[in-house]
Design a protein. Structure first.
Length: 269
């Protein structure tokens, strides 16, 4: 099934929704329309119980020059600079809300990066639960070379993911790193050959989609909130959520399925 948007494409299959950023002519630069459509699509998918996992990816730019096809791959190169020039200072700040919304989304979100993930594109990937990348991908925060800084959460999420010194180096120098280097420092979770990326990502997404949805939602919320708590407060929060889960139909179904040696049939109740 495919829903209609101007700047994104939404597809659903086997419990997984794939949202493709679809402004390939500008390497999927993020403008206000795309931001709004991403939010609206995610809101709709939240209501769809058949969707358990969301994948974000980007469309490639394909051009023909003198009979030769030229393809440039990009997840996103970040904030649309044409729009940035037209906005008063600081007007782009509300976009961080989209990143926080994705970070705290009740269903797992996977960034499937094929090509450039730069600036706001990197920040969008950082807001996701997992980052899968093709071997040809590049990551970086070039804002310093434009006279500004990451403003969609990059200065906060990147250090939490890879450590403060490494994050400072990337943000202060604006240098780009390869997918393999990004994997080495913990920025990327899985690197795959370009032709295998979607297969590998979908396999992982379908595995997540097969798990108990209420438990997945609870685990994600507890772990995200726990990052900002001391250990004892985090343990207390964990027990509060455990107490809720053991009252659900899915918990009883999981126990029955285990005892009966069969696959559980989750209801999300």
């Amino acid at each position: 099934m495919r829903l209609s948007y101007q700047t994104i494409i939404v597809e659903k299959i086997d419990g997984v929704a794939k949202i493709t950023l679809n402004r390939p002519e500008v390497l999927n630069a993020i403008n206000t329309t795309m931001r709004t459509e991403l939010y609206n699509a995610l809101e709709e998918l939240k209501k769809d119980d058949s969707v358990r996992v969301v994948i974000l990816t980007g469309a490639p730019r394909i051009r023909e020059k003198e009979g030769v096809k030229e393809i440039r791959y990009a997840f996103s190169v970040g904030w649309d600079m044409t729009e940035a020039m037209q906005r008063p200072s600081g007007e782009g700040a509300p976009q961080i809300d989209l990143m926080s919304y994705i970070e705290n989304y009740e269903k797992p979100v996977i960034a499937m990066v094929n090509g450039y993930a730069l600036g706001g594109g990197l920040e969008l990937a950082l807001a996701c639960d997992f980052i899968f990348a093709s071997e040809n991908s590049e990551f970086g925060s070039p804002e310093i070379d434009r006279g500004f800084m990451p403003g969609w959460g990059g200065t906060q999420r990147l250090p939490r993911r890879i450590g403060l010194p490494k994050a400072k180096r990337l943000i202060l120098t604006g240098e780009r790193i390869s997918a393999r280097e990004a994997e080495r420092i913990g920025l990327v979770d899985v690197v795959a050959p370009m032709e295998k990326l979607e297969e590998v990502t979908m396999e992982f997404a379908k595995k997540l989609a097969s798990k108990a949805p209420l438990a997945v939602k609870a685990i994600k919320e507890v772990m995200n909130k726990g990052m900002d708590l001391d250990l004892q407060s985090g343990l207390k929060l964990e027990q509060e959520f455990v107490a809720k889960l053991v009252q659900t139909e899915d918990f009883r179904e999981g126990i029955r399925a285990f005892l009966e040696k069969r696959q559980p049939q989750w209801k999300g109740r």
